[in-house]
Every structure is written in C-alpha cells, then in structure tokens.
Design a protein around this ligand. Structure first.
Ligand code: ADP
Length: 158
C-alpha cells in the first residue's frame, strides 16, 4: 500500500487549540502529516516563522508521524515535491466552506492527484482563530486558554 502523506498548510500565527484539535484527529488517518507554514512575502506575520515553527514542534514533539516545516510558493507544488497526496483543512463555518471550496477545486485542477480532506471543527473551537489570539495579545490580554497548553506566549519572539 502506498504511504498516505498529508499536509496541513496554514499560517499558524500562532497555532491555536483549534489547529491542535484538527491535527490530533487527523494523525490516525495518515502515515505522515506535514504541518507546513506557507511563506507569504506580502504578509508579514505577527510572530516570526522560527517562533511559530518552534511552538508547533514543541506541541507535537511526541508524535513521530508529524513533520513540521515551511514552504514557499503554491501548496500543490510543495505536495508534488514531497509525494503528498492529501491536503488537510479544517471547516468552521459556511464562510470557510465557500473559501475552501474554491481553493480545493483550483488545487485539483492544478494537480489532479491531490485530494483535499476536511475535518469539521470541534464545536468548542468554532469561533477560535489566530487573529483573535493576536488581537488579545496586542491589547495585553491573556490568550493562554486559546493556545495549546504546552506553549508559553510570554517568551514569544515577534
Ligand atoms: P490560513 O488562514 O493561512 O489558511 P490558518 O493558520 O488560519 O491559516 O488555518 C489553517 C487551517 O486551520 C485552515 O484549514 C483552517 O480552517 C484551520 N483552522 C483554523 N482555526 C481553526 C479552528 N478553530 N478549528 C479548526 N480548524 C481551524
């Protein structure tokens, strides 16, 4: 049987409990799961790439199936280069669905061997996203309940 290799692409700026939940639920479905930060020259992040990668590595240090990395360019090109057959995405709302539908359909046109796989968000994380976490931090609030338990936002590199 060929290996089932997937990528969960995103900004992870920073990783949240919503991301963590989707990743944990996806691990049993695949032989290998890349968590990959897509670099975007026009979009400067809130946290540095190194900081974001470091947090993800920390959270999944005990999970041998997970590989943490970054990539430039199209997600489908990253998939081709790494023998990845599945793109994993989380679905929170109908707005997510419309957005994901177009990306997923275009990706399939660009790379017919790819399948996008969606996991529905656990209800408790439906309203959670990285931009809410950044807003809380910008205004000096405590966002620790929204990010994985293992990470400490206090010593963050920005
Ligand atoms: P981007 O906005 O750059 O695509 P994100 O890091 O925000 O990247 O999201 C990456 C993936 O994680 C997307 O598939 C998104 O739907 C999913 N995701 C984000 N937040 C949640 C959440 N609270 N619950 C489940 N999935 C989520």
């Amino acid at each position: 049987m060929p290996q089932k290799i997937a990528v969960f692409p995103g900004s992870f700026d920073p990783i949240t409990r919503g991301h963590e939940s989707v990743i944990k639920r996806a691990v049993p479905l695949f032989d290998q799961l890349y968590i990959a930060i897509g670099l975007n020259a026009e979009k400067k992040g809130f946290f540095t790439i190194e900081q974001r990668l470091h947090w993800i590595e920390e959270v999944f240090a005990d999970e041998p199936k997970i590989l943490v990395t970054q990539y430039e360019g199209l997600t489908v090109d990253f998939c081709r280069q790494n023998n990845i057959g599945y793109i994993l995405r989380g679905l929170r709302t109908s707005a997510d669905f419309e957005f994901e539908r177009s990306i997923g359909q275009v990706n399939k046109k660009l790379y017919p061997d790819i399948e996008t796989v969606f996991l529905l968000t656990a209800p408790e994380y439906t309203s959670l996203n990285s931009s809410i976490v950044r807003d809380i931090l910008r205004h000096g609030g405590d966002a620790s309940q929204f990010v994985p338990e293992k990470i400490s936002l206090r010593e963050a590199n920005r």
